[in-house]
Design a protein around this ligand. Structure first.
Ligand SMILES: C[S@@+](CC[C@H](N)C(=O)[O-])C[C@H]1O[C@@H](n2cnc3c(N)ncnc32)[C@H](O)[C@@H]1O
Length: 378
């Protein structure tokens, strides 16, 4: 736990809290242990801790992911440490929270703890609506937090925020998992409520963060610190490899520990000294293209079009087709390409095309152009 976390030296005392907030009593089992498995109990506790310890008025529909306060405060405190490392810290700090969720937790905590300004983004319109309600409930924060509904989930920073403006940091807690099966396998006992977009993203957190890295390469130093939380330790290595393939060497990692739950923080900085333009040729290039499509009546119809399209292209070899998993693995010349589809809502699908090879060859470019013409109808 971060040394400055309010709960570093003293965990919340439930009995003490319940004298002031009797609504907690209902969830105290035999006056001792807390009913952690009950989503309503989780929301109630979070509501009380945010009010008692941070003066934040808050609530959340139990269908959404309820953020543990200690963990989210640890991330904000770590971001403050990163900002403190700079020789010249801006007076007025402005950060971006990618995927702020219905809870709007990072903007609310960051504004309250450090008086920071925030732009929060999310692809889920209901979450943005609820987040706006929370900002309105906290009048003192109203002018400090603005929220953006992201229409196309393939966008992370570019086409969402004004990239010509200067920002101090990005924080992000991306959806960790690549599919429903993965989230159920890894979290079988969880009582936690969450929506699909809170848990899953095409390609999982590694793919999400690699897309954020691609954006950071284009945006450069207009944002000082790019960062993300990671739910899986195994994600750190491929993301670090991707960062170094983009010649980004100023990378920091940390651990966020709360009880038995462990998360990781990873941050990078595009300061000119840490970047150079040439990519070493020995490294494998990974290019991920994602697109949201709306014009297919079913996932099966989209999958069929994809399979038929790739089948008819010269120098493409299909290695594996997994209709149920919505994936096709193939190679273009010698390089491998994976295509995945994920359903977001009825008639809304994300198609991810991931290229892994030595170079973005002409064959691959031709393949992708042909693929886009047929599958995306463009
Ligand atoms: C794990 S939840 C995090 C919610 C909250 N920030 C927290 O820490 O509890 C991930 C959020 O990212 C959002 N999301 C997914 N893809 C996104 C994108 N491309 N741009 C913005 N938000 C996105 C989801 O809708 C979801 O609300």
């Amino acid at each position: 736990m971060h040394r400055n976390n309010k709960y570093h030296d003293k965990a919340p005392d439930f009995n003490e809290l319940s004298t002031k907030y009797p609504s907690l009593l209902e969830f105290l089992v035999e006056g001792r242990s807390y009913d952690w498995k009950n989503p309503i109990a989780m929301v109630e506790l979070t509501k009380i801790l945010l009010l008692e310890d941070y003066g934040i008025k808050w609530d959340l529909p139990t269908t959404h992911l309820c953020p543990p306060v200690t963990n989210r405060a640890n991330y904000i405190l770590w971001m403050n440490d990163l900002l403190e490392m700079q020789s010249q810290k801006n007076q007025e700090i402005i950060g971006i929270d990618v995927g702020t969720g219905a809870s709007c937790i990072y903007p609310l905590l960051g504004s309250k703890m450090f008086n920071w300004n925030f732009v929060g983004t999310d692809i889920d319109e209901n979450s943005i609506t609820h987040a706006k309600k929370l900002v309105d409930m906290n009048e003192d924060l109203n002018s400090k937090i603005s929220l953006i509904h992201v229409q196309d989930c393939s966008n992370i920073l570019i086409n969402v925020i004004d990239i010509n403006k200067k920002y101090d940091f990005v924080v992000c807690n991306p959806p960790f998992f690549s599919s429903e099966e993965e989230s159920e396998k890894r979290n079988p006992k969880t009582s936690r409520q969450a929506t699909n977009s809170e848990l899953q993203t095409t390609g999982g957190e590694v793919s999400f963060v690699c897309r954020m890295i691609d954006d950071s390469v284009s945006i450069g130093t207009n944002i000082t610190w790019y960062s993300t939380m990671l739910g899986k330790k195994s994600s750190i290595k491929p993301i670090k490899q991707y960062l170094s393939s983009c010649n980004i060497s100023l990378i920091y990692t940390t651990e966020f520990v709360q009880g038995k739950t462990q998360r990781w923080g990873l941050a990078w900085n595009m300061h000119p000294e840490s970047t150079c333009i040439q990519k070493p040729s020995s490294l494998v290039v990974s290019k991920i293209m994602t697109k949201t499509v709306f014009h297919y009546s079913s996932a099966a119809a989209l999958f069929k079009t994809i399979a038929e399209t790739v089948q008819g292209i010269n120098n493409v070899t299909i290695k594996k087709k997994d209709v149920l998993g919505g994936t096709v693995l193939l190679s273009v010349d010698e390089s491998s390409v994976s295509i995945k589809i994920m359903q977001l809502q009825p008639k809304q699908y994300v198609v991810e095309v991931k290229f892994l090879g030595k170079d973005l060859t002409n064959s691959y470019q031709n393949f992708y152009e042909h693929f886009s013409r047929i599958v995306y109808n463009i």
